[in-house]
Design a protein around this ligand. Sequence first.
Ligand SMILES: Nc1nc2c(ncn2[C@@H]2O[C@H](COP(=O)(O)OP(=O)(O)O)[C@@H](O)[C@H]2O)c(=O)[nH]1
Ligand SMILES: [Mg+2]
Length: 153
Amino acid sequence: MKRAMVIGSVGAGKSTLIRALLNEERPASKTQSLVFRDWLIDTPGEYCENPLQYRFLIATSFDTRLLVLVQDATRERSYFPPGFAGGFPVPSLGVVTKIDSPKADTAKAKRFLRQAMPKGDIFEVSSMTLEGIEELRERIESLVQPKGKSDRG
Ligand SMILES: Nc1nc2c(ncn2[C@@H]2O[C@H](COP(=O)(O)OP(=O)(O)O)[C@@H](O)[C@H]2O)c(=O)[nH]1
Ligand SMILES: [Mg+2]
């Protein structure tokens, strides 16, 4: 499947980010289950916070092309264990959200992501001001749907 799966803790900004990437305006409501949205898969933050639920994320990732790890720039901690991305069968990309917030510590958020994913680029975005969103969308699309391969599914 040509999809990217978006993971991160409860409230990290996953659903709002997905709306921004899909050019939607309605505010995000609580994500209770896996939600397939076109080329993105939204996941409940609980799946990332409880190791007993990692298996749901890993199983779902086999049908995807890319793992997107979301870290909230306003958080004092990360829920991703060290090297977490290495447990998935697909490449990963990091996203720091809420960089518009006065409480944001983007450098710290990037360090958290780097611990979880030794490889892969890290993007800094705000789903409110839309800073960085266009660039991130282009990158995800290019990784999920490489040029020259136009088949859908
Ligand atoms: N300031 C700011 N707040 C954000 C941003 N993205 C999400 N939020 C807020 O963070 C909260 C959690 O967002 P949500 O997308 O539901 O998180 P999820 O649990 O990861 O899906 C909501 O109140 C959002 O309005 C952002 O880029 N900037
Ligand atoms: Mg959500």
